[in-house]
Design a protein around this ligand. Structure first.
Ligand code: PMP
Length: 441
């Protein structure tokens, strides 16, 4: 492992962020488990950042990949390719409303770039409203869309006509409200915000149904109806970024299904192909007809990746993983809430389905990034992999493969209980932290 770390430092750019004081080298995986190069096994509750959706090396996906790889690996977009057309047809069937025309790429970043280009071509405008704490990728344009300074690389993308309005961060409501007194002030403020901070002629409003990198910030039920309604008054198309929330993760097919809004454009990546590099942008025919080209890449739609995605989505359907995410999500959530009752440094528990976040705080909700990192390390030592996120780097992100079993969820909760007990023992002062949890409607 040490040798790998030294070689990584020598031959890869330093900007690649690596988890853990002693970074892990993972060499194999099956289902919800991965193994490191020392033979130690871990329960993987982050799934390569919500990418391993149907479990590591699912045999159906593996077979689809190997079969296609042995037949034809690449054609480029210059030729027709049935796997790509099949996947586009499938997406048209399962996405809301009139969404029906897709373009494939190799990452979520490119999917969002494509979405923005589509919106600009369809509206003839280029001003965009995004939410604070959002994350859209790390190319120039998507860093501009991202609403977290830490991901902007020295100001890249900030010259673009993109403005960031308040996000629905109920635990730290920018309007000082609690869910029981919420009047959707954050969404309503968008009207004034657009009038004061833009020309009022918008190309797009882009948002994630649950803010992923932002720390699983989960909008209240009426947020998107209100916010999208306001944005559309100013001509904006609604771009729904489902890179983290798509394909069953939240207990419904797409995150936006919880909010009853039909997007004009949706973007996908990550869990769609169980770890193969994929991105997709789907639009209504009304929007897509303006995208006459040139398209953003010649490489997306690669048949191996398309077969991986088709197999992944087939597994999700056959194993009814969306429904499982809802059921197991409830078990996970209630276990986490019990833990938070006992350990109030778990200040907020939020999310939907198998996408649950825990905001770690000290007294009076002070963000506790160092404690969150310590929890990550303690969990790893006990064989459990979790994620971190949030503008203040203090949110634990929990998102196992959707194939996780009841036993594995309970095992993870048992490990977390042990972790929290060890944390409180190591920091006796933490007993003074009182609960700051809020009750969601
Ligand atoms: N959108 C969201 C919501 C994401 O979480 C990410 C990745 N974390 C992206 C876009 C960018 O995807 P990729 O890393 O595949 O470029």
């Amino acid at each position: 492992m040490r040798e790998a770390l030294e070689r990584q430092r020598r031959y890869l750019v330093p900007g690649i962020g690596v988890y853990y004081k002693q970074p892990l080298t993972l060499v194999s995986g099956q289902g919800c488990h991965v193994q490191d190069d020392q033979g130690k096994s871990y329960l993987d509750f982050f799934g390569g950042i919500l990418t391993v959706s149907v479990g590591h090396c699912h045999p159906v996906v593996t077979q689809a990949i190997t079969q296609q790889a042995a037949t034809l690996v690449h054609t480029s977009t210059l030729y027709l390719s049935e796997p790509m057309i099949d996947l586009a047809e499938y997406l048209a069937k399962i996405t809301p409303g009139a969404l029906s025309q897709s373009f494939f790429t190799t990452s979520g970043t490119e999917a969002n770039e494509t979405a923005l280009v589509m919106a600009q071509l369809a509206t003839g405008r280029n001003e965009v409203v995004a939410l604070r704490h959002s994350y859209s990728g790390r190319s120039q344009v998507t860093m501009g869309l991202t609403g977290q300074g830490a991901w902007k690389l020295g100001g890249s993308g900030m010259g673009l006509p993109i403005r960031h309005t308040h996000n629905p961060y109920c635990y730290r409501c920018p309007f000082g409200k609690t869910p029981d007194r919420c009047g959707l002030e954050c969404a309503r403020d968008m009207d004034d915000f657009i009038k004061t901070s833009t020309s009022g002629r918008l190309a797009a409003f882009i948002a994630e149904p649950i803010q992923g990198v932002g720390g699983f910030i989960t909008p209240p039920p009426a947020f998107f109806q209100e916010a999208v309604g306001i944005a559309r008054k100013y001509g904006a198309l609604f771009i729904d970024d489902e890179v983290q929330t798509g394909f069953g993760r939240t207990g419904k097919p797409f995150g936006i299904n919880h909010y009853g809004v039909e997007p004009d454009i949706m973007t996908f990546a990550k869990g769609m192909a169980n770890g193969m590099p994929v991105g997709a942008t789907i639009a209504t025919p009304d929007v897509a007809r303006h995208y006459q080209g040139p398209t953003i890449s010649t490489f997306g739609g690669n048949p191996v990746v398309m077969q991986a995605a088709l197999a992944t989505l087939q597994v999700m359907e056959q194993e009814q993983l969306t429904e499982r995410a809802a059921t197991l999500g409830r078990i996970l959530r209630s276990g986490l809430e019990q833990l938070a009752d006992e350990y109030p440094v778990m200040g907020d528990v939020r999310g939907m389905g198998l996408m649950q976040g825990i905001e770690i705080v000290e007294k009076d909700k002070a963000p506790a990034a160092e404690l969150a990192e310590e929890i990550l390390e303690l969990a790893k030592d006990r064989g459990l992999l979790l994620g971190l996120g949030g503008l203040y780097h203090n949110v634990l992100r929990i998102a196992p493969p959707l194939t996780v079993s009841d036993e594995e969820v309970n095992e993870a909760l048992t490990v977390l209980r042990d972790v929290m007990s060890a944390l409180y023992q190591a920091h006796p002062g933490l007993v003074a932290v009182e609960s700051t949890r809020i009750v969601y409607q």
